[in-house]
Design a protein around this ligand. Structure first.
Ligand code: URA
Length: 279
């Protein structure tokens, strides 16, 4: 928890299991197990009571004798979202949701920036940085998102013209979209065997984030979406990940994302990602 003090942010007392999770020791559940096992001390005293609080500014917390410090740097995570997962951090109906795929124990407060439909695959950004998340979603600096859509029917390039001009949907006009038809090899690289004579693959770039926007845009030009995949979010590119796995953004990617909120057309980070992903 944070408080303003003389204009500066101060961390105020928090539950011990939250402190341990925020420090990256274990998930919140795992931290509770460490506490009940008597492995956690605060100022030298073993603490097993789960509701106990600590003040990170003054208390010394140890686990098995090792001092633990609060990891308060914000998390920035890219997930390769699979189909079949809702973009929500919890679902009362217990349906699969993206929260199951990202390290929420290590980063309490992690949330998705924007949403992808349940059947949409591809790049989904998560952060604990509420300010950046809000900026990225704010209509005045909505970053450009790139989608590949496999649509029903054979489509000619001229049929994309209404989208390039800015098509009007039932909730108002869309900004002009950059779009193009994909060649067969590009289409198969994304959609594999689903590409057939009665379908067309389209790349479409939009800088708004309206509900089902790409699907509604393609339906409006009489080519409903069969499959939808997001490859880019502003300067970020879906690289270095298998379906269902996540990775931390590189420092360069975080910097480019912050720059994109100043200049939405900032260049894509093209350096390939060499780190580990996590499934
Ligand atoms: N547009 C859609 O229609 N669906 C998505 O998931 C994202 C953009």
């Amino acid at each position: 928890m944070h408080e303003e003090e003389n204009g500066r942010e101060r961390i105020v007392p928090m539950r011990l299991q939250k402190f341990l999770a925020r420090s990256g020791v274990a998930s919140r559940r795992g931290s509770e197990d460490l506490m009940t096992a008597g492995r956690v001390r605060v100022n030298g005293e073993v603490i097993t009571q789960l509701g106990s609080k600590v003040d990170p500014a003054v208390d010394v917390v140890t686990v098995d004798g090792n001092t633990v410090t609060l990891n308060d740097t914000p998390a920035y995570i890219m997930l390769y979202k699979p189909a079949g997962y809702l973009t929500t951090m919890s679902d009362p109906q217990m349906r699969p949701c993206v929260a199951e795929l990202v390290p929420t124990g290590e980063h309490p407060g992690l949330y998705p920036v924007g949403r992808l439909d349940k059947d949409t695959t591809g790049l989904l950004l998560f952060t604990t940085d509420g300010d950046l998340g809000q900026l990225l979603l704010h209509p005045s600096h909505h970053v450009e998102k790139t989608y590949l859509a496999l649509v029903d029917g054979t489509m000619a390039d001229r049929e994309l013209e209404p989208l390039r001009r800015g098509i009007v949907l039932d909730d108002g006009p869309c900004k002009p979209a950059r779009c193009r038809l994909l060649g067969d090899a590009e289409a198969r690289a994304t959609f594999g065997d689903r590409v057939g004579p009665a379908s067309t693959a389209v790349e479409i770039k939009i800088s708004e984030g309206r509900k089902n926007q790409v699907k509604r845009m393609m339906s409006a030009v009489h080519h409903p979406v069969l499959l939808l995949h997001r490859t880019r979010f502003g300067p970020l590119e879906l690289t270095g990940l298998r379906v269902g796995s996540w990775r931390d953004l590189t420092r360069g990617e975080v910097a480019s994302l912050k720059a994109a909120t100043q200049d939405p057309h900032a260049a894509t980070v093209s350096a390939s990602h060499k780190g580990k992903d996590h499934a």
